[in-house]
Design a protein around this ligand. Sequence first.
Ligand code: DGL
Length: 270
Amino acid sequence: MAVGIFDSGLGGLTVYRAASERLPDVPFVYFGDNAHTPYGVRDADDIYELTKAGVSRLFEAGCDLVILACNTASAAALRRMQEGWVPSDKRVLGVFVPLIEALTERQWGDNSPPREVAVKHVALFATPATVRSRAFQRELAFRAIGVDVETQACAGVVDAIEEGDLILAEALVRSHVDALKRKMPNPDAAVLGCTHYPIVEDDFKAALGPDVPVFSQPALVAASLADYLERRPEMRGSGEVGMFLTTGDPQRVSDQATRFLRRRTEFHAA
Ligand code: DGL
């Protein structure tokens, strides 16, 4: 009964941590495509091929359900994968929908027509590929009307985090928040639309100021996964053991993950 978590690199560990705290009995198989990170600067075909390769590896590891923790993969590849590639006995779910349901105060599976919601001005921080895909606005339009979304493609932040340079990441976050505020001075809410960004969530909060609520995915995705597994317990899959897989250098990735999760974390070659 293993569940797969896919990310382009280390950022998905924010989702892994929240999910494993919420569901301590579920073994998770984590796949980080560290050799090809960042995805945010790649084109959609490239992201589609890389994501399929990683998800296939998770199917092989006994996962029938895979969470694409990566927003960029969710934005650029998920729909195409679900339409023609995912086998009928497997599921691949993305991270946008739980976030948008929280933002629009909807319960899971509420498919009623889009309606007016409390938030009117939303700031979206994401990778260049996610911003370009407009997937966030598309999913939002199914659920809400009259919401103005301003986007900021946060170039460089993922690389700085993957390199472990949190000082550079903080400086970049500040300049991206300033750039966003020049376009939308008073957002009602800010969305961290990349799994790497919760690692620097405090920097986003400090730069945005106390009046802007920040929607961050890990806890929302974990809650939605718990809910899904309750409704679909058969999707827990046949895998029995949790593990961490990477396409990158296992030693280096293990060291970075250990620092981030604050416990020894061993990655193996995918
Ligand atoms: N962590 C990923 C996301 O949520 C992508 C980062 C990247 O590889 O550019 O978008």
